[in-house]
Ligand binder design. Structure first.
Ligand code: NAD
Ligand code: UDP
Length: 318
């Protein structure tokens, strides 16, 4: 059996990753999570699988397990959540990377870092290739996440150069899909929950800012391809290059849910990137990867999921 550690495994992406790795039948998966934004509900059905083990643990503390591969996903990803306790967010990225890299070095495991398009900050180059070094504010409300993830990338490459740790770094662009927490605060979950309840759709700022949305199944496929690919460290962008304004997203969700919601505008949070779109030539060339799910197809699945949740609760706003 291939022993695989997934940190942040009870979160949105982590739970999909654990599920896909277990479907393979050749993997034993250890899921580590402190349940800050993740939930046992996301992995309840996996707990019945004899090849799955959950450990409640905070990656800001060292961890000793014997594994062959590590996927390091532990970190809140929604701005509302990572800004709630920014010092903890920075510790999770930086200490979490140090502890997981130390573990990888000790046991000789290959390790993949879930980095982010946020390392490009509010980009002055559009679309963003991996060679772009970014435009990040060091002192703003997003900095705990952006700079934490940038430092984590630096640590990955230093452990690789200094200690020959076998690293993989992916930069994930906005990803959505079933199992997002309705109160997560990210734009896709907020808009769908608001639309299904016929509540006001909260657009921050004019709604002209853009994002490029990748469906979760595509993303997990790219992540596993990156881990399995030999002779490559990255960083490699993973995202869907189709670019939409937040106004277009809101209108699409209202139409697809047949909602009577109105669009309302709220203040744009500080440092909110104006545009974002990945260049994915490297992923195409080195991993043979291309996203295949359109925004409309992915939203259909995500709306179906949110409809199936009994209590939608309240959205989380910044
Ligand atoms: P998520 O918030 O659903 O999952 C993060 C998980 O990490 C949660 O289960 C949370 O409880 C856990 N966690 C947080 N701090 C921890 C700590 N100190 N110790 C142990 N566990 C901890 O978010 P997600 O969307 O699944 O994101 C997963 C990873 O992918 C994150 O590292 C995020 O930065 C990265 N990423 C995600 C996106 C996206 O659009 N979903 C985009 C870019 C990068
Ligand atoms: N956004 C919005 N309304 C919401 C939540 C988010 O208009 O209820 C906007 C947000 O200001 C940003 C974009 O949607 O411009 C994407 O936000 P999200 O928090 O999903 O991720 P980000 O890419 O900003 O990290």
């Amino acid at each position: 059996m291939n022993r695989i550690l997934v940190t942040g495994g009870a979160g949105f992406l982590g739970s999909h990753l654990c599920e896909r790795l277990l479907e393979d039948g050749k993997n034993f998966v250890i899921c580590v999570d402190n349940l800050y934004t993740g939930s046992m509900n996301n992995i309840l059905y996996l707990n019945k699988n004899p090849n799955f083990e959950f450990i409640r643990h905070d990656v800001t503390q060292p961890l000793y397990v014997e594994v062959d591969q590590i996927y390091n996903l532990a970190c809140p990803a929604s701005p509302a959540h990572y800004q709630k306790n920014p010092i903890k967010t920075a510790k999770t990225s930086v200490l979490g990377a140090i502890h997981m890299l130390g573990l990888a070095k000790r046991v000789g495991a290959r390790i993949l870092q879930a980095s982010t398009s946020e390392v490009y900050g509010d980009p002055s180059v559009h679309p963003q290739p991996e060679s772009y070094h970014g435009n990040v504010n060091t002192t703003g409300i997003r900095s705990c996440y952006d700079e934490g993830k940038r430092m984590a990338e630096t640590l990955f490459f230093d452990y690789h150069r200094q200690n020959a740790v076998d690293i993989r770094v992916i930069r994930i662009f906005n990803t959505y899909g079933p199992r997002m927490d309705p109160a997560d605060g990210r734009v896709v979950s907020n808009f769908i929950v608001q639309a299904l309840k016929n509540n006001d759709i909260t657009i921050y700022g004019s709604g002209e800012q853009t994002r490029s949305f990748c469906y979760v199944d595509d993303l997990i496929d790219g992540m596993i391809r990156m881990m399995e690919c030999k002779g490559i460290t990255g960083p490699v962008n993973l995202g869907n290059p189709a670019e939409f304004t937040m106004m277009e997203l809101a209108e699409m969700i209202i139409r697809m849910t047949k909602s009577s919601s109105r669009i309302v505008h709220m203040p744009l949070p500080d440092d909110d990137p104006v545009k974002r779109k990945p260049v994915i030539d490297l992923a195409q060339k080195d991993l043979g990867w291309m996203p295949s799910v359109t925004l409309e197809q992915g939203l259909r699945e995500t709306i179906r999921y949110f409809r199936s949740i009994e209590r939608l609760g309240k959205t989380c706003e910044r």
